[in-house]
Design a protein. Structure first.
Length: 305
């Protein structure tokens, strides 16, 4: 089989995976019937690109003078303050599953998600409803290192799912917060409130935190991962937050913090299987960090999963 035929064959298999994720479409509306697929509105879609080592992580960063002289040397410290292990080089992105819908003349049922992300062309940046294309898994130099996991909040009800969906949808058109990681350093290093945050702007993780907060689901503080210079390590919370929950007006949590919350469980994972040289859908009792048992043990030992 030539390369074009092999790619088409893999795309068909990815489409079958999408069908299982989304479920059965209604013949009239072409919208997937809730409960017939793996994902439901309000579930989280985590997109993880695995980094094998420090060099591969740095190679994926923009190659500028500032990156080489400032960002890269300080990156280990910043990532440690954000709760990463020194041997963790994964990149993250998180979205809210919106619905499955079948387009006219399309055989597959498409995966639609609500998220916030930047755009090089400055088009469709920020909060928007986006189509998950099979090309995410099939193209690009990192395709063999890409993974998507579907996570469900334990005990979530239909009304909360609707509130999450409605809140996220109401924020469509909001601009992307390009500097949220930089602003969050005030909190992760010193424990100060992120007062520089523009509440009209969202990054992917701040959209999730705000949407779940609107549904009455709040997040706790990972103060155990703060450095010794952080006052939040001793107070059990950064300034500007209550001890029990994160204040979404001063966001500082990242994607991996949400992923490690023990109230979320992995429903399914789509990943590249090195043995079969193809993408695979895994369901059942997968567990978090199933791709890296060493990291899983580290985060479990630190009570972070």
């Amino acid at each position: 089989m030539n390369k074009a035929g092999e790619l088409l064959s893999k795309e068909k298999r990815v489409n079958k995976i999408f069908d299982q994720i989304v479920g059965i479409p209604d013949p009239k509306t072409r919208i997937a019937i809730p409960g017939t697929g793996i994902a439901e509105a309000g579930d989280l879609l985590f997109f993880i690109t695995h980094g094998s080592d420090k060099q591969s992580f740095y190679n994926s960063r923009p190659k500028t003078l500032k990156t080489r002289l400032i960002t890269n040397p300080l990156q280990p410290f910043f990532r440690r303050c954000s709760g990463y292990s020194k041997n963790d080089f994964d990149e993250w992105h998180v979205s809210i599953y919106f619905m499955g819908r079948k387009r006219k003349r399309h055989k597959r049922v498409n995966v639609w998600m609500l998220n916030s992300q930047p755009s090089i062309q400055k088009k469709r940046e920020g909060v928007d409803i986006r189509l998950l294309s099979p090309n995410f898994f099939l193209s690009g130099p990192t395709k063999s290192r890409r993974r998507m996991e579907i996570l469900k909040f334990k005990g979530i009800n239909k009304e909360q799912r609707k509130q999450i969906k409605d809140f996220s949808f109401s924020k469509t058109g909001s601009k992307f917060d390009y500097f949220i990681r930089r602003k969050a350093l005030l909190t992760t290093i010193f424990g100060l409130p992120n007062f520089l945050h523009d509440q009209r702007m969202y990054a992917c993780q701040s959209l999730i935190i705000s949407a779940y907060h609107a549904a009455g689901i709040c997040f706790s503080h990972p103060y155990h991962s703060f450095p010794l210079c952080n006052i939040g390590r001793y107070l059990g919370r950064p300034l500007g937050h209550s001890k029990e929950k994160v204040n979404p007006n001063y966001p500082y949590l990242m994607d991996h913090h949400i992923y490690r919350d023990p109230r979320f469980e992995v429903k399914a994972a789509v990943f590249f299987d090195q043995k079969t040289n193809d993408f695979k859908l895994e369901k059942g009792d997968i567990g978090k960090y199933s791709w890296n048992k060493k990291l899983r043990d580290i985060y479990l030992a630190e009570n972070r999963c």
